[in-house]
Design a protein around this ligand. Structure first.
Ligand code: NAP
Length: 359
């Protein structure tokens, strides 16, 4: 190791970009986003024909709770300018406020509808007995309400936010088929379902000529690997399942920002996130992040960029859903795509040695 590794795209582009920025007084940040736009790759969502930007942006915790519409506009615009085409949401985020915010941003930005992929997730829609779960009633009503908040005629992707033990699988699969046939949902999938349950839903859909689930939304990061790397292997191989993975920075821990404690105003400092703090800062994680920071340093990237680029190395990941509470984080995170090739097998071995055995 030793010498700082700068991947070719960066070596080749930083100097001309800097020159252009100086000569034509272009905001260097915008110049970066333009460069990333050229470098952004689009991956097929599993075996489907839909293509998602390898990095995407989600609304959890932030929109409607932590930040207002102006910040959301700044973040989503920076992401869009960098080539992001997928924006993730859920009826549960901010009690619906996150979808309202995202809907307003999409409307204000004036993006061509065909240029973006927008999702919702259904499960936690409210407190009433029929405001949650995966019954026919809640799936249909939940999607209708989400479309209103998002100010859209359809969502491209819709997920069952969790499995529902209170609803027969037939009811759930038939309900999604109705929405797909009506053109209100283009593709449906699951989030954090056991592989067996996905197989059961898929088989039922196939037997009845219904739209099958095609994608999962699981947690995946350097600390949470089991499901994506092991349990779901048969889903990719047998069903052609895609994955839109969440919490790639383990709620920010993998950026190194918590190495010296909990900074004010961060996600883990929020009183509403007390439940998450203990898991996110589980014993043993911070010493690992410190070691990862050294690897990142040698590669010439930030720890966050290393963690995101590491997720992108997994070919079963269709898109890495990033999260951000400010525009600067989006800009930093988008640059991660320039470091994917820097994670050589040798670097991967060093990372594995730091993290402990792969699943
Ligand atoms: N299906 C599900 O069950 C599920 C669950 C969770 C999330 N999701 C989806 O996945 C998306 C991403 O998950 P996530 O938000 O947990 O992702 P994450 O990348 O693990 O965490 C994002 C948070 O980390 C901090 N951060 C991001 N970039 C940073 C940087 N470069 N430096 C320092 N701090 C940085 C920000 O929080 P602060 O600045 O506030 O500290 C940001 O909001 C969500 O928005 C949501 O759409 C889905």
């Amino acid at each position: 190791m030793g010498a700082t590794y700068l991947p070719d795209p960066i070596l080749g582009l930083v100097a001309p970009l800097a020159l252009l920025a100086v000569l034509f007084r272009i905001d260097p940040e915008r110049a970066w986003l333009r460069y990333i736009l050229l470098a952004m790759r689009y991956r097929r969502l599993g075996r489907s024909g839909l293509k998602l930007s390898e990095l995407s942006l989600g609304a959890w915790v932030t929109y409607g709770l932590q930040v207002g519409e102006e910040t959301a506009l700044e973040c989503m615009t920076a992401a869009y300018d960098a080539g992001v085409n997928f924006f993730d949401n859920a009826e549960a985020y901010g009690g619906g406020q996150a979808e309202t915010t995202m809907g307003n941003v999409i409307h204000r930005a004036g993006w061509r509808r065909e240029s973006i992929v927008v999702s919702t997730k259904i499960f936690w829609g409210g407190d009433g007995p029929n405001d949650k779960g995966l019954s026919h009633k809640h799936i249909i009503e939940g999607v209708h309400a989400a479309l209103k908040r998002l100010r859209l005629d359809y969502v491209d992707l819709a997920f069952c936010h969790r499995p529902d033990p209170d609803t027969p699988i037939e009811e759930t699969v038939f309900a999604w088929d109705v929405l797909v046939r009506q053109g209100k949902v283009f593709y449906w999938g699951t989030s954090e379902w056991p592989a067996d349950a996905v197989f059961a839903a898929h088989e039922l859909a196939s037997k009845n000529g219904l739209a099958p689930p095609i994608m999962e939304q699981p947690q995946y990061n350097m600390f949470a690997r089991e499901r994506v790397e092991k349990e779901y292997l048969p889903l990719y191989e047998k069903l052609g399942y895609g994955t839109t993975i969440w919490s790639p920075l383990a709620s920010g821990v993998l950026s190194g920002k918590y190495n010296e404690g909990i900074p004010k105003g961060t996600r883990l400092d929020l009183s509403t996130m007390a439940w998450l703090r203990k898991d996110a800062l589980e014993e043993g994680r911070i010493p690992k992040v410190r070691k990862l920071a050294k690897v990142a340093d040698e590669l010439g990237c930030t720890t966050a960029q290393l963690a995101l680029a590491w997720c992108l190395k997994n070919p079963h990941v269709s898109t890495v859903i990033t999260g951000a509470s400010r525009r600067a984080q989006v800009v930093e995170n988008m640059k991660a795509i320039a470091f994917v090739d820097a994670i050589t097998p040798e670097v991967m071995q060093r990372i594995d040695a730091i993290l402990g055995a792969a699943p």
